[in-house]
Design a protein around this ligand. Sequence first.
Ligand SMILES: *[C@@H]1O[C@H](CO)[C@@H](O)[C@H](O)[C@H]1NC(C)=O
Ligand SMILES: *[C@@H]1O[C@H](CO)[C@@H](O)[C@H](O)[C@H]1NC(C)=O
Length: 138
Amino acid sequence: MATLLVKKNVLLLMLVAISMTLQMMVGVEAIDIGIAKDTSITMFNNISQPLTIHCKEKGYDDGFHTLSPGASYRFTITILRIFPRSLWFCSFNWTGAFHYFDIYVQKRDKGCGRHGCGWYIKKEGPCKIGGDCYPWMK
Ligand SMILES: *[C@@H]1O[C@H](CO)[C@@H](O)[C@H](O)[C@H]1NC(C)=O
Ligand SMILES: *[C@@H]1O[C@H](CO)[C@@H](O)[C@H](O)[C@H]1NC(C)=O
């Protein structure tokens, strides 16, 4: 009987410890969500030829993606709210052409909503969906 009582107390103690740990974990997660958030970038190939896109950020390389005409490519990025300096730069190439463009500049693109920013990639340069068109940087 006494053993059973001790076991019950140990179990209770463990439950308290587990729930406290969970609360702490949730607390930490809540702080993370407040500082960083995910957003996405979608690019449509509006060039009448296959288009290869290669995007990078300092320390991260998203690799090469070749899109057929009309196809799109979407990728998710994590940005910091307290240090808004995210910069993703991409190269765009198709037969006979090679260009660069900064596809995500946090100051310029912070207004992109929950679904992120969308771009039509044209021969003359990228056009932000619902926004401006830009010339190639190179
Ligand atoms: C770009 O391509 C997409 C997908 O094919 C199409 O919906 C959109 O209208 C095109 N936009 C322009 C400006 O050509
Ligand atoms: C773009 O350049 C890459 C690397 O140089 C090459 O592998 C790819 O075939 C090119 N894409 C197109 C559509 O020409």
